[in-house]
Structures are given as structure tokens and as C-alpha cells.
Design a protein around this ligand. Sequence first.
Ligand code: HEM
Length: 438
Amino acid sequence: MGKDTKHADETHSGKEGQGLGKPVSRRDVLRMAGIGGAGLILGATGVGGIMKAAGEVLGTRGSDKVEAATGDMIGFYGKHQAGITTPSQNHILFAAFDVTSTNAGNVKKMLKAWTAAAAAMAKGEMIGDVNDNGNLPPSDTGEAAGLLSSRLTMTFGIGPSMFDSRFGLAAKRPAALADLPAFGGDELREEWSGGDIGVQVCADDMQVAFHAIRNFARIARGTAVLRWTQEGFQRSGAADPAGATPRNLMGFKDGTGNPDTNDGEEMNRVVWASGSDGAPWMDGGSYMVVRRIRIRVEVWDRSTLQDQEATFGRHRHSGAPLGGKNEFDQVDVNRKDANGKLMMPATSHVSIARGDGTVKILRRSYSYSSGMDNRTGQLDAGLLFICYNRDTRKQFTPIQTKMGQSDKLNEYIVHTGSAIFACFPGVKEGGYIGDTLF
Ligand code: HEM
């Protein structure tokens, strides 16, 4: 899970685009619907329609007053996409789409419409024209009306399959967007794998996150369809106002060893692709790996505390490396006790995932609970593992290869889904998602 740092990417202050017009915040919509609302709406001049050029302000009818809840907003536009190094929210709704149209023009049109919708939703505004024509379906599905933006982020990427013969993009496929190899212990299922487009939506409110994915699916109609989705969560800010490292469903703090998202140079090394890596259109983007990992919680719950701690190489309560006291104590995988025995077993998850400490990834995972496995009566719960890296071939893949071979954690988990996406650089105002490629 992502360590909830205080970091906020300068480019995602949530303030950009405010001078473009008078968008209708979702909270204004409720106010307008109350006293004299109809007059306000009818008296305005905006033009609606989500298919308008990206960057243009949509839904400009309505109140003069725009709710300024910037503390709750993570701006959509910027050098990098939000949702990567910006702090983790309480919920995730991940969705993979398949493109059904074979026309690149239609894909572009959809991405432009997604951009306009995403820019509005990030600010807590309605999509399109609130004064919808009664003879047409509304341009916003409405369930987020009155809700704050809830630190909503929407992060878009495309999978290797987008570079097949359909859209003439084959020559632009980055070498770093290599198909993931099969790893030891994989039990991947088609229903949770792959996708032409991946959209990671995170928010502090699940209804706000759902609203975003639902509207992307609605806008995509005729061009793309949902392939798979997965919801996830971590303890909420309300339950843990201090913002300590969240615990995963195995009871351990998860995210402690993540690289520091405040360290720009480290982020350049670990997370952000550079144009000089071979694909100029990915400059400022990042590669996202998604793994749906089921945890055999019933088996885990029968293992001893000692065994659990040896599995991770960390103490459960404090999160400290075995033999240490505090969560952020220096990790030394070679440290031995008085009898010459490694404090952190060589097969422990942290020992293996860390290696010599030179190969890193940025994890941004969430727990998931998808009800019950009807075949076994056991919980279908686990980790929606998501990581970002500059080059998956050099980072995620070697780590996961080692883990697949000898991680003690494998006794308790099984990878059931897998996908990789090249996440575009951030969108500049007036531009659209993926414009550096298309
Ligand atoms: C259900 C699956 C998993 C669980 C429950 C899990 C849990 C944990 C925990 C508790 C830690 C120690 C605290 C921390 O640094 O965050 C950790 C560290 C780590 N995990 Fe995982 N993890 C899982 C899967 C993965 C996968 C698939 C990868 C990548 C291939 C991975 C890579 C790492 C890395 C790089 C570290 C930090 C090691 C360090 O430098 O200290 N984990 N994980």
C-alpha cells in the first residue's frame, strides 16, 4: 500500500483551470435545485455536451459562486498524471477497458471526452451541461451531485494490445511496455487480466470513485467496453486521522519501505519514464503493473505470530524489521543474531523484495474484499497490488521473478489477475489524455 505521505505534487494543487469560466460545482447543483435554482440555471449561457474539445469548460451554466474546496481537490492537469506520486486515498476502483472500435479517430474522440469529464470531476463539478434537455439522457449520471471531489484522481494508461494492427501504433510501442512473463505460482484468470486501457480511479469516497468509472464507461459507449474491474480500500482517514502506514489484510503495515515521493530525483529514477528511454511520447509517464493477489486468509489466520513475522521479515505490531524496534529502522537483510542466524530469514518477503536495495518500485496497492468464493466458502479477499516504475523489465519483473521462486509469502497468496499499462504523461490544459501518442 502507498505510504500516506504529506506530499502533494506541485502540479496537482487543484487550482488550475479555475479562471476558465464558471463551472457548476456539484454542491452548487443541490443549492440551485433548492431556492430559485431553476431561474439560475435557465438564466445562464453555457454550452454543454461532453464531446466538446478537452480543456474547454463544460457545464458553464448556473451560479456565480464556485465552491472553493481546494483542500479536497487534486488537480487534473499537470506534468505528471495525478494518482501516482500523490498521496493514496481511502478507496480505489480500477477498471480495464477493451476498445471495440477499430478507428483511431474514435479513440481520440473518446479520450477527449474523458479528459473533459475527468477535469470536471476532479474539481467536484458536474459533467457537461446541468440544464440537460429533458428529451435526452443527462450528461452526468448524478449520483455524485452534492458530493465534494474527495481527492479524486483518475490515472490513465494503455496496455500492450493497443499496439497491435488496429490503430497504426505498432511502431510507437515502448520496449518497456513488454508483456509480463509467467511467474512462479501464477494462477491468472482471464476475467481479471489484461485490457487495452487501464483507468485507476482513487477517491476518499467510494460513490465519487464509482461515479467516475461509470461515466467513463457511459462516455465510451460504441468505442470501448469494460473488460474487468476491481474495487479496493484501505483504512479511512476518518478511522486513522494521524495517517499512519495502512495495514494490509494480513495485519502488517504495508508501504513502509516505499521510496520517498517527495524526493524528485528518486522519483525520476524509480517512477517517471524519460523521453530518452526510447519512447518520446512517454516522457513524464510511468508504467503501471496491476496484480490481483488473493490472500488465503483462513490459512494465514492459523499460522503462528512467529511464522507470520518470519514471512515478512518484520514485526507485526511495530512494523520494525525483525530485531529492530521502530517501523522506520534501517533494514539490513544481512544482520545476524548472536548465533549467526539471519534476523530476517532469507526467504522473507522483505529480504527478497529488497534484494541489495538498488532495484525499487513505487507501490500504491489497496486491499480488496470481493465477497465469498462460492466453491470453497472462503473469503475472496487480498491485495490489489499496483506499482509504478520507470521500466518494468528492470524493476517489477526481476523482483517478482525472485518472489515467484522463493518468497515465503507464496504459501499464503496466489496471483489471480495481471495487467500492465503505459500511463501517459500528465495532460496540459487544452490537451487531452494520450495526446503525446495520438
Ligand atoms: C498479497 C501480496 C503482498 C503483500 C501482502 C505484501 C506485503 C508487504 C509488506 C507487509 C511489506 C513490508 C512493509 C513495506 O515495506 O511495505 C512489503 C514490502 C515490499 N513488497 Fe510486498 N506484498 C505483497 C506483494 C508484493 C509484490 C507482488 C511485490 C512486487 C513484485 C512486492 C514488493 C515489495 C517491495 C519492493 C517491498 C519493500 C522491500 C524493502 O525495500 O524494504 N510486494 N510487502
